[in-house]
Design a binder for this molecule. Sequence first.
Ligand code: ADP
Ligand code: TRP
Length: 340
Amino acid sequence: MSDEIDTDAVPSTVLSGIRATGRLHFGNFMGAVRHFVEYQKPGIRSMYFIADLHTLTTLRDPEELRSNVLEITKDYLAAGLDPDQSVIYAQSSVPEIMELSLLLSMLQPVGQLQAIPTFKDKVRKQPNDVNLGLLSYPVLMAADILGPRATLVPVGEDQRPNVELARNLAERFNNRFGKLFTLPEMLLEMVKVPGLDGEKMGKSEADNAINLDAPIEDIRKRYLRLGITDPERIRASDPGDPFNRCRAVYPLHEMITLGEHDSREIATACQNATIGCVECKNRLVESIAVLIEPFQERRRELASQDALVREVLHEGGKKARQIITETTAIVRDKMGIVIY
Ligand code: ADP
Ligand code: TRP
């Protein structure tokens, strides 16, 4: 078993996951899920999972967790993930990921984990409630990635430190035990979608997210009421600064309003005060609607199809397990562990 393996024989594998903390929002869609769909194509093995074990670091209600896993799987399917083209699974359906995580943890300096911004943030915000899972979170994530020997990991900008840590771990393993892993790459352009308050759109704390299943008119109301624009633009006749001062609205136009021409035209109009923030927000909501309406239609059809979703996860879990078990066995063997 200790022969060098031919990594060229491993197909190009795209892999990503999302925690089961609630329903998906527009940031998840732009930063992650839309890329998941793009990479479903011949010649690429695509694997997308629900990171339910990672969710346990912060969510303690078992009923809610069980339900979130099914709901996010429906979101995946509604966004266009196809079980015939991608392996769709729940992380916990592959217990070998936990084993791999433990094996990899032996190569991971604790200091690097303590320096990860999301961990430092948790320690700052809740110093008396920091479980070990939060510290080892990136090692489990490295096991997710390295188990299927993923070559590309589509995630949003906030996940960069975690993927970098997985790359380091892969390198350390290869140096010590012989080449097994190709280093996983990130997307060339990783985005950070601003929420209504201009901070990173997210599920937690600040109520700044646009849920993917929200009716378009609710999204409009939320932008009109809460979307932060240029705070120095008091009257519609004041020239705005879309690039430096507008926090939540123009930056999103740049990302999603079709074509550079259209978004630049909006920027110029803002600078010349020929468009007001209300119209700008309305145009943004139209751009959002174009992207999410097809999702919403499919999502409604899936709402009551729990049995189908369970079947998708069951079949995906079996496939994922087959792939990941193979790597875990090689890692175990290279590290000197024998199952007697
Ligand atoms: P949240 O931050 O809302 O808890 P997750 O951490 O579960 O969301 O993120 C799942 C995926 O969505 C990750 O790939 C993450 O990078 C991406 N993502 C989350 N929020 C954003 C955002 N505001 N902009 C871009 N990508 C995002
Ligand atoms: N940490 C990721 C997030 O919060 C979720 C995740 C867990 C993940 N394991 C992964 C993403 C492996 C990509 C690859 O969004």
